[in-house]
Design a protein around this ligand. Structure first.
Ligand code: NAD
Length: 497
């Protein structure tokens, strides 16, 4: 009998009332390994009610108590990261070492949240007027909703819930239904770390559950990560229902390679950033903008490296795993035919590869396409698979213009040994996260993560200082303790003396 993954509400498995389920695949074997419940409006109501009931006591818990839970969670997660990595590989398909990297980057945010005692210190101005002080209080929002994508089933929830909880909020997390088990595993670990029941709840589902969260009167904010059309929908719908929203969307990330760059470093970086996690990363490099004079040499170096990559089951020692579903694999592979039809050159066709895994796995090998016209959907669409495009440019200006006229603005990188060119690029490029000789510039946890344009709706990035601001609201208190100098009646607007 197929196992069914329940929701996690008030610190326990919760079957709920919906009878709908979705399959969870093992993408390296091409089989359904379990089903996940798809929550109804009533199931979301139950999760929100649990979070709401837990909120007053949790918001009142001392900073020391909240910090203690996070420190415990950090220790447990660090000690048992191997277990979580196996879950990620089994449901997402990414290779075990990459799953470990995902957890490491999530742990960074937990460690940032462990500093909540320092982060929540307010401002204090003494004697702004004679005998009057002004100071700020930073308080939680209430019940916060988090909706996450399939490609980082541990890291993206970790971008949000540790900080939200450290700040005194209670949480309803709706993870991707494609690889949902990591969320339950982490919620159970938070309980083991001492988190009171109801502070972190997981409700599984699809649009029905998401809409219920977006419209729920008792949900104060929504943090979303996923594709751009859904991010925009989330932003508009949740805003209309009076919520604070941060909605991170899709991407098409360019690497601009100038002629003076170290081409071996560039080739290594392009391969790592293009094919890691089978290209299913929002910070993957999907387009290399190569200046004409070095383009042939660079394509040769990238192809050489691609020939050494092993694609297969992430539990074996492979470099790259399968894609998340058969339908997604077919869609990504379809772009190879589009490329040929649009006049591009297919240098390496990933459909021809050999795969170290079951025949039914959702395989597609690393694919390289040169001379991609910017009018082709191979260039304009977010493919989200192991397909790396080369667009040849005459120089810096043309490369910059291509990036800045694009739809997305998540990440980008410049490869050069010219500091002046790099400095100009970081000032002129219209993208939220920039690498200088660094291909996947995901900021560390004490900075914030987020793009520009269609890659982020709202004005708050994830984690770091933005994350803290997003999950709190501030009060400014103006206070005077009476002394004999109080000024008596005065109907004018207060001035300082
Ligand atoms: P997705 O947009 O399909 O799904 C994301 C979440 O939204 C899931 O929880 C899903 O259940 C829910 N959802 C899907 N369709 C919905 C609908 N019609 N109404 C309401 N909710 C819906 O994204 P995905 O395929 O899971 O993830 C890949 C996408 O996420 C890519 O576009 C990638 O670039 C993006 N992403 C962005 C970032 C970032 O930081 N900008 C990070 C990771 C992933």
């Amino acid at each position: 009998m197929t196992t069914v993954l329940d929701h996690w509400i008030s610190g326990a498995d919760y079957a709920g009332e919906s009878s709908r389920t979705a399959p969870v695949y093992d993408p390296a074997r091409g089989i359904v390994q379990k089903e996940v419940r798809l929550g109804s409006v009533a199931d979301v109501d139950a999760a929100v009610a649990a979070a709401r009931a837990a909120f007053p006591a949790w918001a009142d818990a001392s900073l020391a108590k909240r910090q203690g839970v996070l420190f415990n969670f950090r220790e447990l997660l660090n000690a048992r990261r191997g277990e979580l990595a196996e879950i990620l590989t089994a449901e997402h398909g990414k290779v075990l070492s990459d799953a470990g990297g995902e957890i490491a980057r999530g742990l960074e945010v937990v460690e940032f949240a462990c500093g909540i005692t320092h982060l929540l210190k307010g401002d204090y101005s003494e004697n702004v007027s004679t005998g009057v002080d002004v100071y700020t209080l930073t308080q939680p929002l209430g019940v916060v909703g988090i909706i996450s994508p399939f490609n980082f089933p541990a890291m993206v929830p970790l971008w949000f819930f540790p900080l939200a909880i450290a700040a005194g909020n209670t949480v309803v997390l709706k993870p991707s239904e494609k690889d949902p088990s990591a969320a339950n595993w982490m919620a159970a670990l938070m309980k083991e770390a001492g988190l009171p029941d109801g502070v972190l709840n997981v409700v599984h589902g699809d649009k029905e559950a998401v809409d219920a969260l977006l419209e729920h009167d008792d949900v104060a904010s929504i943090s979303f990560v996923g594709s751009t059309p859904i991010a925009q929908y989330i932003y508009e719908t949740a805003s209309k229902h009076g919520k604070r929203v941060q909605a991170l969307g899709g991407a098409k990330n360019h690497m601009l390679v100038l002629p003076d760059a170290d081409l071996d470093l560039v080739a290594d970086s392009a391969v790592n950033a293009g094919f890691g996690s089978a290209g299913e990363r929002c910070m993957a490099i999907s387009v290399v903008l190569a200046v004409d004079s070095i383009a042939d040499e660079l394509v040769a170096k990238i192809s050489e490296r691609m020939a050494t990559l092993k694609t297969g089951d992430g539990r074996r020692s492979c470099d790259m795993g399968p894609l998340i579903t058969e339908a997604h694999r077919d869609k990504v592979a379809g772009y190879i035919d589009v490329a040929a039809a649009d006049g591009a050159t297919v240098v390496v066709d990933g459909r021809d590869g050999e795969f170290d895994g079951e025949a039914d796995g959702f395989w597609l090998g690393p694919t390289l396409i040169d001379n991609v016209p910017t009018s082709s959907t191979v260039y304009t669409d977010e493919i989200f698979g192991p397909v790396l495009s080369i667009v040849r440019v005459s120089g810096y200006e043309e490369g910059l213009n291509i990036i800045n006229t694009g739809t997305y603005g998540n990440g980008t990188a410049i490869f050069t040994n010219d500091g002046g060119a790099a400095r100009r690029f970081q000032r002129e490029v219209e993208v939220g996260m920039i690498g200088v000789n660094v291909p996947i510039p995901v900021p560390v946890a004490y900075h914030s993560f987020g793009g520009w344009k269609a890659s982020l709706f709202g004005d708050a990035k994830a984690y770091g200082p933005h994350g803290l601001r997003f999950f709190t609201r501030e009060k400014a208190v103006t206070s005077r303790w009476l002394d004999p100098s109080h000024g008596g009646l005065n109907l004018g607007f207060p001035e300082h003396d």
